[in-house]
Design a binder for this molecule. Structure first.
Ligand SMILES: Cc1cc2nc3c(=O)[nH]c(=O)nc-3n(C[C@H](O)[C@H](O)[C@H](O)COP(=O)(O)O)c2cc1C
Length: 212
């Protein structure tokens, strides 16, 4: 069995995991064990998709994962717009030079912030320093990408906010209310090819206790 085809660790016995680690990963790879255990290490940006849809149950599980993200003050200011129709995905591709994969994706999920929930000063016309909705939405977006990986799918994060042109184009096309901000889009589908896990840990960028 390839690493890519690995079952969730919870479905494996310890001896099966040990056998996989010995057989398939370099013996020197300390993180090899993690590759099998953790979707974080398996997630890669996927921009080439097989034709065809993704099951609605999978999309719902991806959204459930997004809803479980941590959120400042537990405001959970997210709303999600799921787009599967071809014409709409093509329209999204026309809004950003870096969204060209959308027409061949099965779906695009727009991870949006509801400023009425995410910004304590929205109703009074201000932008609160405590408005942490960008971070909330980023956490939700990453959760979605991890569940996409868990589902055997592939996806890519498309940065949207704070690019005013992209936000306006998306808002106009989908007729979003003014208090809804598309923060990040995720294009997803069945990957056209396998991605290999990577280890990008860099001890020089980790500072223990002080900077030097
Ligand atoms: C905030 C953000 C915005 C991104 N925007 C785009 C985008 O518009 N188009 C795209 O193809 N990839 C986009 N990406 C994906 C990155 O290019 C990708 O994560 C990076 O190259 C690392 O590769 P990996 O995801 O496979 O680890 C974005 C990622 C982040 C976190």
């Amino acid at each position: 069995m390839s690493i890519e085809g690995a079952k969730h660790v919870g479905e494996r016995g310890e001896s099966e995991i040990a056998e996989l680690v010995n057989r398939e990963l370099p013996k020197t790879s300390v993180t090899g064990y993690i590759f099998i255990m953790n979707m974080i290490f398996k997630r890669r940006s996927v921009r080439d998709f097989l034709p065809g849809p993704v099951e609605k149950e999978k999309i719902e599980r991806i959204l459930r994962a997004a809803f479980e993200a941590p959120s400042a003050h537990n405001r959970r200011p997210w709303e999600f717009l799921v787009v599967t129709e071809q014409e709409k995905r093509e329209a999204i591709a026309g809004m950003s030079p870096w969204a060209k994969m959308c027409p061949s994706a099965a779906a695009v999920i727009a991870c949006c912030a509801d400023l009425k929930k995410g910004d304590p000063e929205y109703e009074t016309g201000g932008a609160s320093e405590d408005a942490l909705w960008e971070q909330d939405l980023s956490a939700a977006t990453e959760n979605a990408l991890l569940q996409i990986t868990e589902e055997g799918l592939g996806g890519v994060w498309l940065g949207w906010y704070p690019d005013g042109d992209k936000v306006k184009a998306f808002r106009d096309y989908f007729k979003l209310p003014a208090h809804i901000v598309p923060v990040a889009l995720v294009a997803l589908g069945y990957p056209a090819r396998e991605s290999r896990p990577r280890d990008r840990y860099d001890p020089e960028k980790v500072h223990w206790e002080s900077w030097n």
